[in-house]
Design a protein around this ligand. Sequence first.
Ligand SMILES: [Zn+2]
Length: 152
Amino acid sequence: MIRKFALSVFISVLLVGIVAFGITWCLSPWLSFWPTFGSVFLSVATGWFVLNSARERRMEIAVEEQLAKQEIFDERNITMVTCPCQQNTFPMQLFVNEVNEYVCDVCKNRFVINLTPEPILQTDPVNLEQTYTIFQQLQEQAQKEKREKELD
Ligand SMILES: [Zn+2]
């Protein structure tokens, strides 16, 4: 990394030297080498700095835009949806407990995405005892409810 940097600096200085030498040679009676070398070096360095910071700024803007887009997506429940035809992926606003309908631009089919909140019991697959306890509790609760119903 440092060697690469040193090499590029060396090549830059060499190129600046050649350019300065060329200018001095063309305008020999009026210009001397070292002031020309200095000015060429300064303009190249300034140009590089300006271009580099412009590039960095562009990258920053791109990242900011991406983040802003993501924020909007998150706020509006927008999700990237891939059509079952596998030919079309697009952003879509999805709502829970509503008919989320779309017509695919590629396969021209009409689809519905159902989002229904449905709790699924999560258990530790290796902890059979815990699973059994939960199962027993659910069973007891069901029996209790059944008894209460019978009493009414
Ligand atoms: Zn499709």
